[in-house]
Design a protein around this ligand. Structure first.
Ligand code: NAD
Ligand code: UD1
Length: 344
């Protein structure tokens, strides 16, 4: 199967490219390098020993994307391309709505035109909102998001559902297959240490921040609140190894190729860990304690978020295999070998 990965030079896309190739599929990557570099794709080629067709393009650019899709005619598109910084989305909502929604609309228009049918989308557990109580199941109603980034995911899910429904009703177009993947907290790196997460500037997310403290790039972590109603007072999340997540995409793309309709799957482990548990586990992996201080709560944080991951296991035959030790080991391997990310 040939899969086209928009945003394939990014963190999750590059790991998925490895997993796809290892599962025997072909991969084509489109990225505008807004938040990545072609070096990540070169490293994927190094890991897999395969040359990957790579296009520098904006996935929202209809003319350019038409030429790429016509040339490649992929069996499945996996749409990773998007802006993802929650705080930035509050400051620049229009840019977030424009980029994230436009890319999806462009791809849907072109899929109809070229009669392509299979689509896998990077959604987020953030669409469960504040009111649902974990573990989150796919049948729960979507909630209200706390920021524009979250709303872009919420809206793209709806747009994709509506397009799928219309395609099923229209005898003139082939029926779409849409798989919406709700990621929990992707962390870790490929075990080779050649690819991993390389955030620009000060990391917003916990694991890259811990890694940069551990490697000496930052002085200490600020733990955002220790007065939550949890055993140690800090928030709990479902941290999933990025290679487990990547393998979930292989199963999702294979599922999309063999089924019609819209399906939603959580990609998580079902196992929550607190911020302090993550700090401690990382300290063991890197061989020294990670310095931290307790600070105030971060606006918009939910106390608890973790998946019920049963549906993906039952239908896709997928479950996360790697635990916290592997997550921290691989994150540290990547960070210590590439202290400045891909720019080293
Ligand atoms: P990332 O920023 O590393 O990757 C996204 C890639 O998309 C980047 O390479 C960027 O250059 C590219 N891109 C952005 N806009 C583009 C455009 N218009 N045209 C072409 N390329 C474009 O982020 P990631 O962590 O790999 O996330 C991938 C997807 O998963 C995103 O849609 C993100 O919102 C979603 N997601 C991520 C997380 C997470 O914690 N990392 C959680 C839930 C959902
Ligand atoms: C965040 C986003 C979420 C997005 C997800 C993608 C917010 C409010 N939510 O989720 O919409 O889908 O990233 O990965 O930004 N923490 C600290 N100190 C830090 C950083 C984080 O204590 O320096 C804590 C947070 O309070 C949270 C946990 O670590 O309890 C995880 O944070 P993070 O990695 O940012 O992920 P989420 O908040 O779950």
């Amino acid at each position: 199967m040939k899969t086209l990965l928009t945003g394939g030079a990014g963190y999750i896309g590059s790991h998925t490219a490895v997993a796809m190739i290892e599962a025997g599929h072909d991969v084509v990557i489109v990225d505008n390098y807004y938040n990545s570099s072609p070096e990540a794709v070169r490293r994927v080629e190094q890991i897999t020993g395969r040359e990957i067709p790579l296009y520098e393009a904006d996935a929202a650019d209809k003319e350019v994307m038409r030429e790429i899709l016509k040339k490649e005619m992929p069996d499945c598109i996996i749409h990773f391309a998007g802006l993802k910084a929650v705080g930035e989305s509050v400051a620049k909502p229009v840019e977030y709505y424009r980029n994230n929604i436009d890319t999806t609309l462009t791809l849907l228009e072109l899929m109809k035109e070229l009669r392509l049918t299979n689509f896998v989308f990077s959604s987020s557990a953030t669409v469960y909102g504040d009111d649902n109580i974990p573990p989150f199941t796919e049948t729960m109603p979507k909630g209200a998001c706390t920021n524009p980034y979250g709303w872009t995911k919420w809206m793209q899910e709806q747009i994709l559902r509506d397009a799928q429904t219309a395609s099923a009703a229209d005898e003139g177009t082939p029926e779409l297959s849409v798989v919406l993947l709700r990621y929990f907290n992707p962390v870790g790196a490929h075990e080779s240490g050649l690819i991993g997460e390389d955030p620009q500037g000060i990391p917003n997310n916990l694991m890259p921040y811990i890694s940069q403290v551990a490697v000496g790039r930052r002085d200490h972590l600020t733990v955002f609140g220790d007065d939550y109603d949890t055993p140690d007072g800090t928030c709990r999340r479902d941290y999933i190894h990025v290679m487990d997540l990547a393998e979930g995409h292989v199963k999702a793309a294979e599922y999309a190729a063999g089924n019609k309709g819209t399906e939603v799957f959580n990609l998580g482990t079902g196992e929550p860990y607190s911020v302090l548990e993550m700090v401690e586990a990382f300290g063991k992996a890197c061989g020294h304690p990670v310095k931290y201080e307790i600070g105030p709560r971060r606006a918009g944080d939910v106390q608890d978020s973790w998946a019920n991951a049963d549906k993906a296991k039952e239908i896709l035959g997928w479950e996360a295999k790697r635990g916290l030790d592997e997550i921290c080991r691989d994150a540290w391997n990547w960070q210590s070998k590439n202290p400045n990310g891909f720019n080293a």
